[in-house]
Design a protein around this ligand. Structure first.
Ligand code: RFL
Ligand code: PHB
Length: 392
């Protein structure tokens, strides 16, 4: 058995784990990142696309924002639509802020590149891990790989291994309370080789279901359709997808999404989920390992970055100031922001999707709410303030 030591053992090399490792390195704190997948897989996995301004500043201040500043697309607002009629919500005018469209996998690529340049220890294809002795001052990670067993002795462990990871499950029963809501629909998402013909995202409430027009670069669009949670992707030919996108996204002024070769397609479930507290002994959960939001509010990656920002600060205080107050209050600090983002993501989801079997009253109320957001400055300002991101 090989045995090494580190200050912070990090399980998971998504945005949360990689950013934490990088922030710790900037403060001279050693970490080892264990990631289940290969580097190529992590760099190509298409997920989130919208960065709050706070996340951009965080990446820039940490010295990993150069490509983001060059290639990220600044968006000063979004369009909300109701059955083909659009209304723009101007973030710039309502909040003075904007968001940046830059793929999560690009953030991941930038962070991996920088960790490698800085000599950071990233171990890919290390998914068989057990977390032990979490309630002691000497927690350990045991790794099984290729018939070998390795052990990492840590001061602390960060569980950044996403919703399906192992870290949350390493906490003894009875410690965590889970709060959860499932939605009776999912998103069918595609990535298409077609140049975006809108400057901003379009969130469309349509009688046949929600649709979203987004993008990744000046040559690639990203589009979503509300579908059933058990939707068979094989039943969706490229033609059927484009035809449904045209029906739902097509606007009264004649605008339609431009067709292009479909590069990727997949179905994503929708869930709201939070565990409290986000820590146990010397294990700290961050990002999707502790909470999931439905993607409608574009909050998931931003929450993951905010968690590790607080966690890195708490570790710095511990190592530099011998003070564990930041670590003790980590969960409480994060959860305040997490619940606000949960509320907003639930609200955007409820506003924009069709709910099967809802009463005529609920449908009328939903349409009235959407029309209110589209016509009231106060309501639009509330959406804008939450979408661009609440302060850290
Ligand atoms: P991740 O990205 O899931 O990373 C966790 C990593 O841990 C690895 N792992 C393990 N490693 C070692 N041992 C194990 N036993 C392991 N088990 C798992 C995994 O391989 C993975 O690499 O979690 P993290 O870092 O917390 O980041 C969270 C974000 O990925 C997530 O919240 C966002 O993608 C959510 N999201 C969006 N967020 C936004 O901020 N803006 C958006 O526009 C946005 N759009 C989206 C989204 C998520 C979507 N899907 C696919 C759920 C759109 C979609 C469609
Ligand atoms: C995306 O581009 O993938 C995206 C954008 C906005 C959302 C969700 C996903 O609300």
């Amino acid at each position: 058995m090989g045995r090494v030591s580190t200050q912070v053992g990090i399980v998971g090399g998504g945005p949360a784990g990689l950013m934490l490792s990088h922030l710790l390195h900037l403060h001279g704190i050693h970490s080892i990142v264990l990631e289940a997948r290969s580097r190529a897989y992590c760099e190509e996995r298409v997920r989130a696309g919208v960065l709050e301004h706070t996340s951009v500043v965080m990446l820039r201040d940490a010295g990993v924002g150069a490509r983001l500043d060059r290639e990220g697309m600044r968006h000063d607002g979004i369009d909300l639509g109701l059955n083909g009629v659009r209304h723009r919500i101007s973030f710039e005018e309502l909040t003075g802020e904007h968001v940046t469209v830059y793929g999560q996998q690009e953030v991941v690529k930038d962070l991996i590149e920088r960790r490698v340049q800085d000599g950071g220890e990233l171990r890919f294809e290390c998914g068989e891990v057990s977390l032990l002795d979490l309630a002691t001052d000497t927690p350990r990670i045991v790794i099984h790989k290729d018939g070998e067993v390795d052990e990492i002795c840590c001061d602390f462990i960060a569980g950044c291994d996403g919703f399906h990871g192992v870290a949350r499950h390493a906490i003894p029963g009875g410690v965590l309370t889970a709060y959860e809501r499932n939605y009776p629909f999912a998103w069918l998402g595609i990535l298409a080789a077609s140049a975006p013909t809108r400057d901003e995202l379009l969130y469309m409430h349509h009688e046949r279901g929600f649709a979203l027009y987004s993008m990744r670069s000046p040559k690639i669009t990203r589009l979503y359709l509300q579908c059933r949670p058990d939707e068979e992707i094989s039943e969706w030919s490229d033609d059927r997808i484009w035809s449904e996108l045209n029906t739902r996204l097509g606007c009264a002024d004649g605008w339609l999404p431009t067709r292009g070769r479909i590069l990727q397609k997949g179905v994503t479930g929708m869930r709201s989920f939070v565990v409290e507290p986000m820590q146990f002994g010397r294990l700290f959960l961050a990002g999707d390992a502790a909470h999931i939001v439905p993607p409608t509010g574009a909050k998931g990656m931003n929450l993951a970055l905010a968690d590790v920002y607080y966690l890195a600060q708490a570790f710095c205080l511990f190592y530099e100031g011998k003070d564990d107050v930041g670590l003790r209050s980590y969960s409480d600090t994060c959860l305040k922001r997490v619940w606000k983002a949960q509320r907003f993501s639930w609200w955007m989801t409820s506003l924009l999707h069709r709910f099967d079997g809802e009463s005529a009253f609920d449908y009328k109320r939903q349409i009235a709410e959407l029309e209110y957001v589209m016509t009231s400055r106060a309501a639009a300002a509330s959406l804008a303030e939450n979408y661009v991101g609440l302060p850290l």
